[in-house]
Structure formats: C-alpha cells, structure tokens
Design a protein around this ligand. Structure first.
Ligand code: NCW
Length: 489
C-alpha cells in the first residue's frame, strides 16, 4: 500500500515537473491573481479639488520644488481624478484580475479628523470601485501610501504617537464606507521608505532629516498604527465584509559577497524586512533579537545611554503579533552584503553593521537604486517563506524604470526575469505566492524624481493637458501573460 502511494506521488511529481517546465514554459498556479498598482498622490492630481484638504506631499512639493529633480509636483499628475474611467478601460483591456490603488486620506477627511467627511471625495473612490467591479476587476485598496494630512505634520507627524489614533479613525471611515465592496485591504505601504527617507532624511515628504532616532521612532508608531488598523477591521468589519487585510513591506534582496557569509544576509534581512515583519509574522513577535542587541550595542558605542530602538511592551508585542492576513511584498532590486565589525557612518541603514554594494555588471534602470537582479527576488521570497512559516505572499509591487519610450524592451526583459524567479520560488521552493502586481499601470509622479523616471506599462504625456495615455509594448506583453496564464521565453 505504502509503495503504491509512493509510486503515485512520484508519477504525479514527474508529470507536474514535465508539464510545468516543458518548452521552458511556466504556468501560473490556479487562482493566482495578476494585476497592477498605483498610489493616490502619484496619479490623481486634483490636489485642491473635490473638497480635498492639503496633504504633506502637497505642502512639501510646493515648499521645496528644488528638492524634486524636475521641480514638479503631483498637482495634476496623471489627472486620474478626472480620467479614472479611462484608467479602468486600460485595466480591462489588459485583462487584470485586480487593481491596487490607494486612498488619499485628506480627500476623504479634509481636516484630517474623522468628524468631517467629504462626500465628494468619497464618491470619487466609490465610483472608481463601481467601475472596476463592473469590469470584473477586484479592487485592492491601500489605506495609506505616504500622503497624510499636512495638519498632522505640524504636530510631529509619525514621531507623534497620536498618529496611531488619527489614522485608526480614518481607517474606520474607509472600512465603513468602502468595505462592503472591497475584499482586499492594505494598511500601510513601505514603512521603511516613509520613515527612512521622510523622517531620517530629507529625500521625501515631510523631509524631517532627524537621522536614526527619528527613523526608529517613526517605525515604532507606524507599526502600532498598522496593528490598530488590523484589529479595527478584524473586530468591527470582517464578520460582515469577509475581506482580508495586510501590510506591505519593501524587502530588497541580499546576496553575500563571501558565499559563507550567511550572517550578513540575515542581518540585512532583519534590518530591512524583519524590522516590521518579525513583530507581525514571527511566533515570538517583537523586533528581531539581533536588531535589539545590535542597536543597543551601537547606541552605547555612539554615546547614547539607552538604545535608540524603542521598546515594545509585552502588551504591544501581543497586540501586534499576527496582525496580517498575508505578507504584502514590494520588491525591485538587491544588494551584495558583507559583515563589517561596525559601520562608522551616521546613515540610518548603517546601524545594521552590514556593508552594501552592487555588482557594476548588473543592468541599470533609470533609478539609481534599481539594478536588475532577478535571483535576489527568488532568494527574498524563499527567506520570507522560511522565516515566517510559509505565509501567503502577495507581491504588491515589482517593476522597472526607464526614461521614455513606448518600445520598452528593457521593462519586458526585467518583468520576464522577475516573474520567472517568482514562479521558480513557487514550483521549486514551495513558496506560497498568491498574487503579483506590476508597478505601475501608468507613468506617474515618482516622488523626488518627479516625472524623470517612468515605471508605467502605459505612457503618459505630461506636457499634454489631456495627459494622453499610450500603451507601451510591455502592455501587450503583460496582456498576453495574463490571457494565457503562462510565461514563455
Ligand atoms: S520610491 C520607491 N518606490 C517607487 C514608488 O513609485 C512607489 O510608490 C513605492 O511604493 C516604486 O515602488 C516604491 N521605493 C523606494 C525604494 C528604495 C529601496 C532602496 C533599495 C536599496 C537596495
């Protein structure tokens, strides 16, 4: 009996392997979801229309045009506030299963607070969702993609723990108003980038430039905010709305300089991905142990009497643990890492004690930070799966930037190699990846890079007041992938 079962398993295995890998073709698993992503400030425009209040990004770009590479802003962006029907038609032509977009908090709550709801702003999202559903496209809604109401920044923004309450009140309004038609929510996009570049440095709004202490404090409050948002959904809405909710983390890959230096890979992971992920997805919760020790030691060496990493009380550790139904992963690129005794630099990443570099032969994109390293994608998916007991992984962003062109063959080859790496992680490594989104549907306002770096499947003409959209070659390529549910070289 036992040997029969073994034979059956072996034959099925050979069949699956032959089927999947024949002709170098990889099929997407059944029920796998394919989509694209955008974010409110990057595409909507209408910065002071529809009763919207001022966001921190409105304020930042208006105050500091010299900090944006081309001096631009998101005042009009892709004008999706007015052109959302055209966007949904593009999505429908692509054939996507889902569309990930974010809600502008000050468009719904112009004063920031939940006691004044802007019906016109709310209607914009209701109309967008209805349009998507009419075309059989699932809305994936991010509550917060960095554009909080400016009023809160005057009170310290994410360095003020009151943000946990303010964003929770906002989340409750979104769940109540939009939740009946939305089954996939994401709380917060990329805490590390928000806190690192917006609070530690002067690269993104609000440009607080507070160094490492500011980053640690911001991350601490963002983590608590996420947990509270999750519990609100879980306790007050899930029963009636039957949806899912998770956080989206930016996890870059790491390849060791010295093949035996697994410590460097792990250290990089814990400081990059694990910082938030360990508290939410691990069995013990809390910040990663290695991070607590390392930051405490380095804080001492730097002359601080207490670790710069704030402590999570045992109540908070319990409250935060388990607060994500899926692992939302944004991944673009990787680094080469090596262990060094102690970094002397003051940069916020330097606290990790890992030296990062790149291989100059890795193909470039238009973004300094983005090199093409598909193996790193497979590795990071494996690491997340191993570290957190194989959670469902939703890849919520992956994409490539260039400067122009509708014949975007470099984007196609990037997407091909990354999707292949992901499918190998599923089939060969047993990882539980369930969804994948290309960043982005449209060329859009790329934060500090303005309109100089383009991530879109669809070209947008930013000099034309109509913001004409022209699908690139990658649209045709991705449409074929979605239609056939397979990746062929
Ligand atoms: S800036 C950034 N992005 C781009 C942005 O358009 C989107 O809104 C974000 O979610 C594309 O995806 C995210 N990420 C900054 C990543 C910096 C990572 C540095 C990695 C070094 C290895």
């Amino acid at each position: 009996m036992a040997s029969y079962s073994f034979l059956r398993v072996a034959v099925s295995f050979i069949f699956i392997v032959t089927y999947v890998f024949a002709n170098d073709t990889l099929y997407f698993p059944k029920d796998f979801l394919l989509g694209t992503a955008t974010a409110a400030y990057q595409i909507e425009g209408g910065w002071n229309e529809s009763g919207k209040g001022e966001s921190v990004w409105d304020w930042w770009t208006h105050e500091n045009p010299s900090l944006i590479r081309d001096g631009s802003n998101g005042d009009v962006a892709c004008d999706s506030l007015h052109k959302y029907k055209e966007d949904v038609q593009l999505l429908s032509d692509l054939g996507v299963d889902f569309y990930r977009f974010s809600i502008s908090w000050p468009r719904i709550l112009p004063t920031g607070y939940a006691n004044v709801i802007n019906q016109e702003g709310l209607n914009y999202y209701k109309n967008l969702i209805n349009e998507l559903l009419a075309k059989d496209i699932k809305p994936f809604v991010t509550l917060y993609h960095w554009d909080h109401p400016e009023i809160f920044e005057r009170m310290g923004g994410w360095t003020n723990e009151m943000m946990v309450e303010w964003i929770s009140d906002y989340a409750r309004v979104v769940f109540k108003e939009l939740g009946p038609k939305v089954k996939y929510f994401m709380s917060i996009n990329e805490p590390n980038v928000l806190c690192g570049e917006g609070y530690g440095e002067n690269v993104k709004a609000p440009g607080k430039n507070l160094g490492s202490p500011g980053v640690f404090l911001c991350m601490h409050n963002v983590l608590k905010a996420h947990a509270k948002i999750y519990h609100i959904y879980d306790k007050e809405f899930r029963k009636y709305q039957e949806g899912t909710i998770g956080i989206v983390l930016p996890c870059s890959g790491a390849l060791p300089k010295n093949p035996n230096d697994t410590a460097a890979v792990n250290m990089h992971f814990q400081f990059n991905c694990g910082w938030i992920a360990h508290a939410i997805f691990s069995k013990t919760g809390d910040y990663p142990e290695i991070m607590k020790t390392h930051v405490a030691d380095n804080s001492k060496l730097a002359g601080f009497s207490k670790s710069l990493l704030p402590e999570l009380s045992s109540e908070w550790v319990q409250y935060i643990k388990g607060t994500s139904d899926f692992f939302g992963l944004n991944h673009y690129t990787s680094k080469i890492v090596e262990t060094v005794p102690r970094m002397k630099g003051e940069g916020w990443y330097d606290f990790s004690g890992v030296k990062q570099s790149i291989d100059p032969s890795w193909p470039k994109s238009a973004s300094d930070w983005l090199r093409v390293v598909p193996d790193g994608f497979r590795e990071i998916i494996k690491k997340i799966s191993k570290e957190y007991d194989n959670p469902p992984i939703y890849v919520m962003e992956n994409g490539f930037s260039d400067k122009c062109c509708t014949f975007d063959h470099l984007r196609i080859s990037y997407l091909y190699s990354y999707i292949k790496a992901m499918l190998l992680a599923i089939y060969e490594d047993g990882c539980n990846v369930k969804a994948y989104a290309v960043w982005s549907l449209l060329d859009n306002f790329e934060w500090g890079a303005g309109y100089t770096e383009r991530f879109g499947l669809v070209n947008v003409n930013f000099t034309d007041s109509n913001r004409t959209r022209t699908p690139k070659w990658s649209t045709i390529w991705y449409k074929n992938i979605i239609a056939t549910r397979k990746l062929t070289s």
